[in-house]
Design a protein around this ligand. Structure first.
Ligand code: XMP
Ligand code: MG
Length: 177
């Protein structure tokens, strides 16, 4: 049962059931830590849309939800890229934020997001990710809630894409060697 997306072939890797169990566990941890605190959950588009929907449906306490996109562009200084959060209209200063990511690989994206949130004056930023590649991660920022640790394979499905395709798949597939 392999899957063809553009020029590449993928094979089944993580089932819907395994994803659901991992999300249920994260939901329990979040309930333990944030029940009564009315946190703001921020999903990082596009990849986290499915994770955010399934996770937040499992939380039964009052909370806020927003989504952002990250726009990266070259800054005027030579120190690499500058990231801007697109779509966040609320004043989030002083709030407790839980960032929802589909996957954390090197952590570059996470670090940029984290710094952008700090600049907006959030009181505390916690990180929840469905997938985490520990062997690829190069940053110091603690990742507070992890669904599943995976090896350094390229994966698609459940929000993750290969060149625009595969986000709608309810399970996760990995690139066939
Ligand atoms: P970094 O390296 O910044 O990567 O932590 C995070 C972003 O890179 C994309 N990414 C992937 N996308 N399959 C994908 O479809 C993967 O295996 C994969 N690894 C990293 C993704 O956009 C993520 O937000
Ligand atoms: Mg992508």
């Amino acid at each position: 049962v392999s899957l063809q997306l553009h020029d590449l072939t993928f094979s089944p890797f993580i089932s819907e059931e395994t994803i659901d169990r991992a999300i249920a566990r994260i939901a329990q941890e979040l309930k333990r830590d944030f029940n009564g605190k009315e946190p703001l959950f921020i999903g990082v588009l596009n990849g986290s849309f499915m994770f955010a929907a399934d996770l937040l449906k499992k939380l039964d306490f009052p909370l806020h939800i927003s989504f952002v996109k990250v726009a990266s562009y070259e800054g005027t200084k030579s120190s690499g890229t500058v990231s801007e959060l697109i779509g966040l209209k609320e004043d989030i200063s002083g709030q407790t934020v839980v960032l929802l990511e589909d996957i954390i690989d090197t952590g570059n994206t996470l670090e940029e997001l984290y710094e952008a949130l700090q600049k907006k004056g959030v009181a505390k930023t916690k990180i929840a990710t469905l997938l985490y590649k520990p062997k690829a991660y190069t940053k110091k920022i603690p990742i507070d809630y992890v669904g599943l640790e995976i090896p350094n394979d390229f994966v698609v499905g459940y929000g993750l894409d290969y060149d625009g395709l595969g986000r709608n798949l309810p399970a996760i597939y990995k690139l066939k060697e």
